[in-house]
Design a protein around this ligand. Structure first.
Ligand code: ADP
Ligand code: MG
Length: 250
């Protein structure tokens, strides 16, 4: 994969800077002193066991959790502007019998027009253009509840990309997606990353894809246990101990 080169000093190419991030819920420290720099155009994977604090970390970045420490964004050309964050939440459940279509879902999210009035011609064209980014134009009239795991993730991804964000955050986008669909989704994310020079931060349990797609991996369990290239983290003692692995994955 092609990743932008960095000299390690960050400067203007640092898109997201997290320093000494601590999140407490009641007396419990869910996350302690987490540090992470995400550079522009980088794909960073956050891994860790269930309950490690991965989703909490993402929610703190999204402004949905109180924290101490620093979360700072650098948006090129507009330092003072608030960053746009695209967010794909963890497997939202849709009722399989619900009649809501993909077009209806976009209409609800993108316009104030009630979905039951249908989509105007211009709006339908806009939705098609959004779906084109994820090669999903053919999904526009499908019922959301009838989508496969991979199709649903592509639709949610298309929603998160409109308007184009400064950073894209995905919480376990590969869960509920079959093995073939995982590669399709990761290729798509990689294409989007390169096309828009977008920084992507995602959580996952699918470690085998990391060497191919991620530039940086962060292993957390309440605190950072290992951090660096996929090879460094997947070969670390911390990784083996956390997941009770006997051999290397990288
Ligand atoms: P992960 O995404 O890595 O599985 P989470 O960030 O969802 O982990 O949760 C980390 C820990 O924080 C868990 O022990 C969870 O029970 C706890 N936690 C998360 N959100 C809340 C909350 N709103 N109230 C109380 N505890 C929470
Ligand atoms: Mg989670």
């Amino acid at each position: 994969m092609n990743f932008p080169l960095h000299d390690g000093s960050c400067g203007h190419s640092c898109c997201l800077r997290v320093e000494n991030l601590t999140v407490r819920i009641g007396a419990d420290a869910i996350l302690k002193d987490v540090n992470l720099h995400v550079h522009c155009g980088e794909m960073v994977a956050l891994i860790g066991p269930n309950g490690a604090g991965k989703s909490t970390f993402l929610k703190a970045i999204l402004g949905q959790r109180e924290y101490s420490g620093v979360i700072a964004f650098s948006t090129p050309g507009a330092r003072s502007r608030k960053p746009r964050i695209g967010y794909v939440p963890q497997s939202p459940a849709f009722d399989p019998s619900d009649p809501v279509s993909v077009a209806d879902l976009f209409a609800c999210c993108m316009s104030r027009r009630p979905a039951f009035l249908g989509l105007g011609k211009a709006m339908r064209q806009t939705v098609l253009e959004c779906l084109e980014r994820v090669h999903g134009e053919d999904l526009i009239d499908k019922r959301v509840g009838a989508l496969s795991g991979g199709e649903l993730q592509r639709v949610l991804l298309a929603l998160a990309l409109e308007p184009l964000p400064n950073i894209l955050i995905l919480d376990e986008p590969l869960s509920g997606v079959d093995v073939e669909g995982m590669a399709v989704l990761m290729d798509m994310l990689d294409e989007i990353r390169q096309t828009y020079d977008l920084s992507i931060l995602m959580t996952t349990h699918d470690f085998s894809l990391l060497p191919r797609y991620a530039s940086q991996v962060v292993l957390i369990d309440r605190a950072v246990l290992a951090q660096g290239s996929p090879e460094t983290v997947l070969r670390s003692d911390a990784f083996r101990q956390t997941f009770h692995m006997k051999g290397d994955l990288a």
